[in-house]
Design a protein around this ligand. Structure first.
Ligand code: ADP
Ligand code: MG
Length: 343
């Protein structure tokens, strides 16, 4: 009897302190910015001041004012209306454009910031959706060409008749900037959710476990997989995020720059995991355009970008690159699905 109660008592004693410890309280903030709901969870003493909550919407507001293609005071708006004249942009816009143009180059134009007139023609900027005819699409596609963007220090030149927007990377860029500020405030545990599946994980959860991020089933409402992140960013692009239906046909907001029409590559979503949220955001859009074959070859060809990807095809096939093995798992209810590891 004695020998059995003693270990039980010891186990209880060992459990007690942990059970009695209060879980740390997060500081939380939800705000609407860049057309989407964003939520922020920050842990630690440094996070528990009002000032911490205040700077997030301020920084986001400032970014939006500079990056929005529809706000008349933004640098992007000025570039789009300059009729071929050089426009001097603020330092942060200059930095973002330089990084994004580099991504356009690396992805061989699968990401192309000059797709904006096509995005507008489909009505994705206003919600007044329409399907342009073949002739209009051919004209729009002929004008999509990021190589025509002149970037010289803070001066940007865009040929008359072209327009650009940074919608495909803005949330990622914002995530990187906010993460920098969070880290500079000595906050070592935080989750920045910039909406539409752009996420930055700072450190781990309190207690040392990685942050767990659910990946949506493009064909349903639930989470299909879970990705574990520690000091890492994640971005998902999917046809299900923004789309409209007409005559039984679904049209989504990610366009193939070659056709100016929704990219139909056989993929339903692409998730990219990498240190930089800007890279996650831009690459998820680009890989969605490329499709599985080309996208996985791109991953093999670019180890220097230090990213991994999880592809979900329209048929429901799930594939992830080797670096996600052990970091990505199937969610509850999806355990019977197969995950193919790409190497
Ligand atoms: P979300 O904005 O929903 O997170 P993405 O990051 O995938 O989605 O970016 C899609 C946005 O980028 C579109 O709304 C459009 O403004 C723009 N866009 C669409 N296709 C492309 C493309 N091939 N290259 C660059 N930008 C694109
Ligand atoms: Mg994107």
């Amino acid at each position: 009897m004695r020998s059995r109660t003693l270990p039980a008592l010891l186990a209880l004693l060992l459990l007690l302190p942990a059970g009695c410890q209060k879980a740390p309280e997060p500081t939380e903030l939800t705000t609407f910015a860049m057309d989407t709901m964003m939520s922020f969870t920050l842990y630690g003493e440094e996070a528990q001041t009002d000032a911490v909550l205040a700077w997030i919407p301020t920084q986001l507001g400032a970014l939006e004012a500079e990056l929005s293609a529809t706000r008349e005071d933004s640098d992007i708006f000025r570039i789009d209306r300059a009729e071929g004249q050089p426009v001097e942009v603020r330092a942060c816009v200059s930095e973002l454009l330089s990084d994004t143009l580099e991504l356009c180059r690396i992805t061989d134009g699968a990401l192309d910031i000059t797709a904006y007139p096509a995005v507008k023609a489909w009505g994705f900027t206003t919600g007044e959706h329409r399907v342009p005819d073949e002739e209009e699409l051919a004209e729009l596609a002929a004008k999509i060409d990021y190589t025509a963007v002149g970037w010289d220090g803070p001066a940007v030149t865009l040929p008359a008749g072209m327009e650009l927007d940074v919608g495909a990377v803005a949330k990622g860029y914002a995530g990187d900037l906010l993460a920098e500020t969070v880290r500079s405030k000595d906050i070592s545990s935080a989750l920045l959710d910039l909406g539409q599946s752009t996420i930055v994980a700072i450190g781990t959860k309190p207690g040392g476990k990685p942050w767990r991020i659910g990946i949506r089933d493009p064909a349903g409402e639930s989470y299909l997989a879970v990705v574990e992140l520690t000091d890492m960013s994640l971005g998902t692009s999917g046809g299900y995020q923004r789309y409209f239906e007409e005559d039984g046909e679904v049209y989504w907001h990610i366009l193939d720059p070659d056709t100016a029409a929704p990219a139909r590559s056989g993929l339903a979503s692409v998730t990219v995991v990498a240190p930089s949220a800007l890279l996650c955001d831009g690459l998820s859009t680009a890989l969605f355009v490329m499709g599985l074959e080309e996208g996985s070859q791109f991953w093999r060809d670019h180890p220097e970008l230090e990213f991994d990807a999880l592809f979900i095809t329209e048929e429901g096939q799930i594939l992830c690159t080797a670096g996600l093995e052990g970091r990505a798992s199937l969610a509850e209810g999806y355990e019977d699905r197969e995950v193919t590891v790409l190497r």
